[in-house]
Design a protein around this ligand. Structure first.
Ligand code: CP
Ligand code: NVA
Length: 298
């Protein structure tokens, strides 16, 4: 049966750990002669902006000998209401995998139901699983095993936060989430992961003694109209040097990017000694190569 990667929980803990290990190996080897995807094509549907996701998938396919096609509603029939199910069936007849970035996990599931090739979530309203592969890889490269560690998510209970929630149990770490009232992650997802995940009010408690501090934009793509309200709601949630000092002295700081300095993170933390954000960004390339290798081989 064809495998899809629409959320972390689509894969077992062993599979996720193997992907991270493989990503580290691919990064180390960087063998230009390794081209397992010759003749293979990845279709990439983007209904939202992207720098890292687009470039990492496109560069990754090219480096492994394959090809990626960028598709947006502006210049495909998706923008003229061709049904997703029809689009999925057509793309799956011509391509070897489909990556989708859109604002609907349900639409991604619809695409997957009608695709006979693997479908990958490149960000939806609910999840951003590829980001988490890169983030865990980054942790492992800097600090080794993440098992038993404590990560603190400071800010919006958004798509990236929800993928952090799904990462905690399989990778064996504790996740504390500090988010203002009304911006919590999905309650069902929280309940399902209650053994590893705790929601706290206020960033200070969450950051205390943490091994890792993570944040993301307060206003995700598609929420622009709420920006002013969000700026007010999150004003005491900035990851600054003072908050970082609450964490362990060797704590790491992560952000999936793009970052908004002076909002969710201070310039000082972004550019400071704890920050590993550029490694995180680079690791999107390596982690997704490992993912594509797994899915295209399966
Ligand atoms: N982190 C991330 O997904 O970045 P892009 O929006 O640039 O793809
Ligand atoms: N939460 C952000 C992540 C961007 C990579 C968004 O959805 O816009």
């Amino acid at each position: 049966m064809v495998r899809h990667f629409l959320k972390l929980s689509d894969f077992t803990a062993d599979e996720l750990k193997a992907l991270v290990a493989r990503a580290i190996e691919l990064k180390r080897r960087r063998d230009p002669a390794y081209r397992p995807f010759v003749g293979k094509t990845l279709a990439m549907i983007f209904t939202k902006n992207s720098t890292r996701t687009r470039v990492s998938f496109e560069a990754g396919m090219a480096q492994l000998g394959g090809h990626a096609i960028f598709l947006s509603p502006r210049d495909t029939q998706l923008g003229r209401n061709e049904p997703l199910a029809d689009t999925a069936r057509v793309l799956a007849r011509m391509c070897d995998a489909i990556m989708v970035r859109n604002d609907s996990q349900a639409d991604q599931e619809e695409i997957a139901r009608h695709s006979r090739v693997p479908v990958i979530n490149g960000l939806s309203d609910r999840h951003h699983p590829c980001q988490l592969l890169a983030d865990i890889q980054t942790w492992v490269e800097h600090r080794g095993d993440i098992r038993g560690k404590t990560a603190a998510w400071i800010g919006d209970g958004n798509n990236v936060c929800q993928s952090w929630i799904e990462a905690a149990a399989p990778f064996g770490f504790k996740l504390r989430i500090a988010t203002p009232k009304g911006y919590e992650p999905d309650a069902t997802l929280l309940a399902r992961n209650a053994a590893a995940v705790e929601v706290m009010r206020g960033p200070t408690f969450a950051a205390n003694g943490a091994d890792l501090i993570v944040t993301d934009t307060w206003t995700s793509m598609g929420q622009e109209k709420e920006e002013q309200k969000r700026l007010a709601a999150f004003s005491s949630y900035q990851v600054d040097a003072e908050l970082m000092a609450r964490a362990k002295p060797d704590a790491l700081f992560m952000h999936c990017l793009p970052a908004h300095r002076g909002e969710e993170v201070s310039e000082e933390v972004m550019e400071g000694v704890h920050s590993v954000v550029w490694d995180e960004a680079e690791n999107r390339l390596h982690a997704q190569k490992a993912l594509l290798e797994f899915l295209l081989k399966a």
